[in-house]
Design a protein around this ligand. Structure first.
Ligand SMILES: *Cc1c(COP(=O)(O)O)cnc(C)c1O
Length: 353
């Protein structure tokens, strides 16, 4: 028998939101995807493509056109940007590049499950630091185990809450280890949330972004990291050369060129979220004040449990997320879809009483 590497053998794999069976009509609100298509410029670009050309050649391994566009948009030099196969690849890469066997990474709880899974695979210890009663992250508490790195999703998932950039800057002023800020949902958050503008002032700051959420390109798998040149170069060395495929690069470039469209969909989603939250609260739900494209909410005490409601929604082909962990077992995480989709959810929940 071939021995399985012990780290893989005992690994609890990351569980992504389940996908409806091909061809079934479902309302999919379990992976925080956009309910709206990417900018029409993406479809226009694809319409002009000659697949035989696009697919015959290797893509640009350095993703230079996208980095140039990102550089112009965010005012960050190209040399401080690196693209990856989704921010997921960049998370794997940052462990490989900056942490050694037995080093510790501190993460809040709850947060994005992938951080712990990938760390365990890389032989890195994970210090799980509970958030407060109100699920807010105390950044200084993350430092108590003297970790080599901390990762903060800001806004955080699955809570939907955010820290202000100034709170993260205070952490940067007192900590010399690696600070990773995953800004997957930052386009939905208020101004003053992002720390992208701080990457040239702190050489231990790495910011992750993705095209999966606000740009509606989950399927194309592309994200980017911004940080000090030394960090970016190190991650670039360890990266699989062609990890960002040609189709993803074209899609991202087109989506990036249409900021108006992105902003419009983000605003529409925020409006739907606000109405959805108000409706839930009117029926006795407790909803965390989300600044993202999803909400974390507990059903009224004494009625059906979160788990029962999860299963009931699923039986009606409505997919939301249920996490069977101590802090989250009484809650559902529901991505914000279209107004019509959210009304279907509310109707189904009303019938469940
Ligand atoms: C969705 C999400 C991502 C994006 O991952 P990709 O690999 O870029 O699709 C990253 N971080 C968090 C916290 C997320 O929720």
């Amino acid at each position: 028998m071939i021995p399985i590497h012990p780290r893989i053998d005992r690994l609890q794999p990351y569980v992504a939101g389940i996908r409806p069976e091909e061809g079934t009509a479902a309302i999919k609100l379990n992976q925080n995807e956009s309910p709206y298509p990417a900018s029409p410029k993406v479809a226009e670009t694809f319409g002009r493509l000659r697949p035989e050309l696009l697919l015959r050649e290797y893509p640009d391994s350095g993703c230079l056109r996208i980095r140039e566009a990102l550089s112009a948009l965010h005012g960050i030099p190209v040399s401080m940007l690196l693209c990856g196969n989704g921010s997921s690849e960049l998370i794997t890469l940052l462990y490989k590049s900056f942490l050694c066997d037995g080093d510790t990474v501190a993460i809040p709880d709850p947060t994005f499950g992938l951080y712990a899974t990938v760390a365990e695979m890389a032989g890195i210890r994970v210090d799980i630091v509970p958030t407060g009663e109100d699920f807010r992250i105390d950044t200084m508490k993350l430092l108590e185990s003297d970790p080599q790195a901390v990762i903060i999703a800001n806004p955080n998932a699955p809570t939907g809450l955010c820290l202000q950039a100034a709170q993260i800057e205070r952490l940067l002023q007192s900590y010399r280890g690696l600070v990773v800020v995953d800004e997957a949902y930052v386009d939905f958050a208020p101004e003053g949330t992002s720390v992208l503008g701080l990457v040239d002032r702190y050489d231990n700051l790495l910011v992750l972004r993705t095209f999966s959420k606000a740009y509606a390109l989950s399927g194309s798998r592309i994200g980017f990291a911004a940080g000090n040149e030394r960090l970016i170069q190190a991650m670039g060395k360890g990266r699989e050369t062609f990890s960002v495929n040609a189709v993803a690069q074209l899609a991202a470039e087109a989506a990036l060129s249409d900021q108006d469209y992105m902003r419009t969909t983000v605003e529409r989603i925020a409006m739907t979220r606000q109405q959805f939250c108000e409706s839930l609260e009117r029926t006795g739900w407790n909803v965390l004040p989300s600044v993202t494209n999803f909400v974390l909410a507990s059903p009224p005490v004494g009625g059906r449990t979160a788990k029962e409601l999860y299963e009931r929604l699923l039986s009606e082909h409505i997919y939301v997320r249920y996490f069977d962990t101590p802090r989250l077992a009484d809650k559902l995480r529901i991505s914000i879809g279209t107004d019509v989709e959210m009304q279907v959810v509310l109707d189904s929940l009303a019938r469940a009483d």
